[in-house]
Each structure stands twice: as structure tokens, then as C-alpha cells.
Design a binder for this molecule. Structure first.
Ligand code: PXL
Length: 290
């Protein structure tokens, strides 16, 4: 029977009041792209952890109760998308949740949120890293930034890497389970005005790279924005390189819309100014096969 119901995405992230990260980014983006987002909140914070102070309510004990009610309701998800987790103990809960709710054709996306610029985020320890290495084995798609990549591979961070090295890292991570691995925030050698995204799809055994201009400003939450657009694009049926192009272009539009203002970068990109762009087709493709 024909059914044009809206696809459901379980979104396992924190809720931070200030600074656009996690659920406050994931929900508007995926709603705009035509999906129903069902939050399984991991923690409630006053603001994200890149501010010097924050309140933090860990929801680890609440999560199994939410999941068990969802089981009673018989909810079915088309995708499960995990991000910032509130405690290392949550990984087992999230892992079991994926096992119980994944269906033959569901998409499981894990953004292994751990750190940036070579360092772990405040609140995180190596315990979280060890657990995250387990969680990624369950995912179809993972989207570490360069810092998270080295933590996941248990290698020392280095900012400069050749294409061949990056292809090796992508392959090593895919060997752990995920069919698609995407590395974000890769600096371009000899050009500080550019940044790249690298990706590998085991189905087809192809490696992709997208390079875009780098505006010298750091906005928290761009990783969440990136992975949200990737998730929505893949669920809409885009190929991996087209999904990468859409996500990169959207981030760039968001940064451009924000950069010209005198503004506290910690609040994240002015998402509301560019959200409508998600409806538009890709204007120019910039991906390359490597
Ligand atoms: O975007 C990553 C993220 C998500 N959630 C919280 C964070 C951060 C990054 O700092 O602090 C609470």
C-alpha cells in the first residue's frame, strides 16, 4: 500500500540552551529537510562546553526509560543518528538501542563527538574515547573530525597528512565496521586559506575529497551541522559525493552569513539565516575522486 509518511530519525544528542550545537542544530536542519526528529536527549546543559562554565544534567538514567516507552509504542525509525554523549556509561545503552531498533534498511549515523584542534572537549576522558571506539563499530556512517580520527585510531594527532595517509586512515576506520567514513576539518597543506573533507565508501571502494575556502573563524556546532545535512541528504537518496557537496556548501553559506557581523562566535553560525537554502539544489559540484 502506498504510504507517504514522513521518515523518523532518532536523534541521540544533548540539549544545550546557548550556543547552537547538538539538538538545537539537528532538529531544525532535519525538520527543514522533511524528516521527523525524535530526540533521545543525553544531557541538558545551560550552554555548550566551550564556554568557561556550564551547568550539566546527565540523563544516563533516564534514557533506558525513554527507550522502553518507545518499545511499548512500537516506534520504528528510518535512521538513528548519535552525537554528543553525556557519559561513557551511555555507550552501552545507545549500543543496545541501535541493536533493538535498527531495521534491515535503516541508516545508522554516529558522529563520534570527542574533541577538536587536537584536544578532547571539557568533561571527556580516555574512558569516553575507548567507549566511542566501540560505538562506531555499529554505525553505517561515521563523521570524525581530524582530532577525533586520531583518538579513534589511537594515534598521536598531527595536522599535516598526505592524501595517501588520509586514505589509509579512512580504510582503517571502515575496517572497524562503518561502510562510509567521512573526515572533516582537514587542513590543506601549503594553503592556510583552504580546508578539506575526505570520504570513503566501502561499497564501490571509492575515495572522495572536497576542498573549500576556510574563513578564519571558529564556530562550535559546525560538525553537528555538517553531519545533520549528510544524514538528511543520504536519507533523501543523494549519492555520497552529492551529500558531501551539500553539507560543505551549507556550512560555507552559514559561515559567510555570520562572519561579517561583530558577534560572539561561541553562539555558533547564524543558522536561521541560511536554513531555507537546504531546499535549493546544488549549484556547483566540487568533489573529486582521489
Ligand atoms: O558540537 C559538539 C558539542 C555538542 N554538545 C556539547 C558540546 C559540543 C562541543 O563543544 O560542548 C555540549
Amino acid at each position: 500500500m502506498y504510504s507517504n509518511k514522513v521518515k523518523k530519525i532518532a536523534a541521540v544528542h544533548d540539549l544545550s540552551g546557548m550556543g547552537r550545537v547538538s539538538l538545537t542544530v539537528v532538529i531544525p536542519i532535519l525538520s527543514s529537510m522533511g524528516f521527523q526528529v525524535c530526540p533521545l536527549p543525553t544531557a541538558v546543559l545551560s550552554n555548550h562546553t566551550q564556554y568557561p562554565n556550564f551547568s550539566f544534567l546527565d540523563l544516563t538514567d533516564e534514557m533506558p526509560k525513554i527507550i522502553s516507552e518507545w518499545k511499548c509504542l512500537g516506534v520504528e525509525f528510518d535512521a538513528i543518528y548519535t552525537g554528543y554523549l553525556g557519559s561513557s556509561r551511555q555507550i552501552q545503552i545507545v549500543s543496545d538501542f541501535i541493536n533493538d531498533f535498527r531495521q534491515a534498511d535503516s541508516l545508522v549515523v554516529a558522529d563520534p563527538v570527542l574533541g577538536d584542534n587536537g584536544h578532547l572537549y571539557a568533561n571527556f576522558s580516555m574512558e569516553m574515547v575507548k567507549e566511542m571506539r566501540r560505538l562506531i563499530t555499529k554505525a553505517d556512517v561515521i563523521t570524525p573530525n581530524l582530532t577525533e580520527l586520531f583518538f579513534l585510531l589511537d594515534k598521536p594527532y598531527k595536522a599535516t597528512n598526505t592524501d595517501e595517509e588520509l586514505k589509509d586512515y579512512l580504510h582503517l576506520l571502515s575496517d572497524k565496521g562503518p561502510q562510509i567514513v567521512i573526515i572533516t576539518s582537514v587542513p590543506v597543506r601549503d594553503d592556510e586559506h583552504k580546508t578539506s573533507v575526505y570520504a570513503y565508501n566501502r561499497l564501490g571502494n571509492r575515495y572522495w575529497k572536497i576542498t573549500c575556502p576556510y574563513l578564519p573563524a571558529h564556530y562550535p556546532g559546525t560538525g553537528d551541522t555538517f553531519t545533520s545535512v549528510i544524514t538528511g541528504a543520504l536519507l533523501q537518496g543523494d549519492s555520497l559525493p552529492i551529500a558531501l557537496d551539500r553539507a560543505v556548501q551549507f556550512i560555507l553559506q552559514g559561515i559567510r552569513a555570520t562572519f561579517g557581523y561583530e558577534y560572539d562566535n561561541r553562539e555558533g553560525i547564524l543558522l536561521e539565516k541560511v536554513l531555507h537554502n537546504l531546499d535549493m539544489p546544488i549549484q556547483s559540484a566540487s568533489y573529486e575522486l582521489i
